[in-house]
Ligand binder design. Structure first.
Ligand code: ADP
Ligand code: TRP
Length: 337
């Protein structure tokens, strides 16, 4: 089974990103042949600073590697290292109905806000479909907000196959029944990431880089301590039982401590006798127990950019080996020598 997914690199990663997304992605490398890429062409639809574009791409790759992605198991690459994707993007685009793109949610949202959209944003779903179809995955794990994009990729693959494959039958896309030709482009299925609990930020709202309330995975120690010691708490006295509702500190302890350790904390939290400051110190320690090894690995990669580049180049080569085969067949089908 082949699994493929892409992540846009648009900023510093925080523990909400880890528990909400990265952790699940990393697990998938044990379920099949996984292809993961950093969608850095896509991020240019919002990022206009070349330094940032480069830095965020590298940081995303380092984050995945330090959090458990094993480049021997999964293929990790930068989207822009396999330029074949841009050729498929064009060829596929020749069969994409404009009406589909006009109903794409990201584009519609922008128009609804009165902002004029660029061609890049308009064409975003076509590039994403090319990302997928170039590697013939069985499954594309994504969040709910991306389902429409996967459906587009399926619809356009069908349309492409109908246009260019004589004897193609959409009812039998793999050509398993008598007489039907198999499609050139394999239809991917979305696999929706189950909804994980929302990780609260230090102020109790959803943790998000846009709210400035994050605990960053790879931030520096001083800032980390400041963030954790600054988690919003109420004025319950030390000796009194503490409330468990609207208590981000409690929720974060639950997330980061192993179940048996959390059971002890939960009991003392409800009984009273311990101050919030102590719990914050406990959370800081739990953060280090959980992410210490990843942070160490991240620092090593930061100090060894050549190693990171080697991993990405190796990934690109393995990805390209797949991509060129599909693209070659597609070129032949449309009449490009
Ligand atoms: P941000 O809100 O910081 O901009 P993104 O929108 O880039 O984060 O999210 C990237 C991924 O991380 C998404 O899959 C999203 O569901 C997940 N994620 C982000 N914040 C949280 C959170 N507070 N709790 C759970 N998952 C989150
Ligand atoms: N659009 C996706 C997101 O914002 C990122 C992405 C780009 C992607 N190309 C993809 C995801 C291909 C899955 C498959 O999260």
């Amino acid at each position: 089974m082949r699994i493929l997914s892409g992540v846009q690199s648009s900023g510093r990663l925080h523990i909400g990103n880890y528990y909400g997304a990265i952790r699940q992605f990393v697990h998938l490398q044990d379920e099949g042949q996984a292809f993961f890429f950093i969608a850095n062409y896509h991020s240019l639809t919002t990022l206009r600073d070349p330094r940032q574009a480069e830095t965020y791409t590298r940081e995303a790759a380092m984050a995945y590697l330090s959090l458990g992605l094993d480049p021997k198991k999964a293929v990790l690459f930068r989207q822009s290292d396999v330029r074949e994707v841009l050729e498929l993007y064009w060829l596929l685009g020749t069969v994409v109905p404009v009406a589909n793109l006009e109903r794409a949610t990201s584009y519609k949202d922008k128009l609804a806000k009165g902002i004029s959209a660029d061609f890049g944003l308009f064409a975003y779903p076509v590039l994403m479909a090319a990302d997928i179809l170039l590697y013939s995955p069985d499954f594309v794990p994504v969040g709910k907000d991306q389902i429409q994009h996967i459906e587009f990729a399926r619809d356009w693959a069908v349309k492409f196959n109908l246009t260019y494959v004589p004897g193609y039958d959409p009812q039998d896309p793999e050509g398993k029944e008598k007489g039907h030709a198999p499609g050139l482009l394999k239809l991917p299925a979305a696999r929706v990431q189950e909804d994980t609990a929302t990780v609260p930020g230090v102020d109790g709202q959803k943790m998000s880089k846009s709210y400035g309330n994050t605990i960053d995975l790879f931030g520096d120690e001083k800032e980390l301590k400041k963030r954790i010691m600054g988690i919003k708490t109420d004025s319950t006295p030390v000796e009194a039982p503490k409330p468990t509702e609207n208590a981000p500190l409690y929720d974060l302890l639950k997330l980061m401590l192993p179940a048996d350790r959390f059971a002890e904390v939960d009991a003392s939290w409800r009984a009273g006798g311990k101050g919030y400051g102590d719990y914050k110190k406990l959370l800081l320690a739990a953060f280090h127990d959980t992410f210490g090894p990843a942070r160490q690995r991240y620092t090593e990669l930061q100090n060894d950019p050549a190693e990171l580049e080697r991993i990405l180049q190796d990934g690109a080569e393995r990805a390209r080996a797949e991509a060129t085969q599909v693209l070659q067949r597609v070129r032949r089908a449309v009449g490009i020598p």
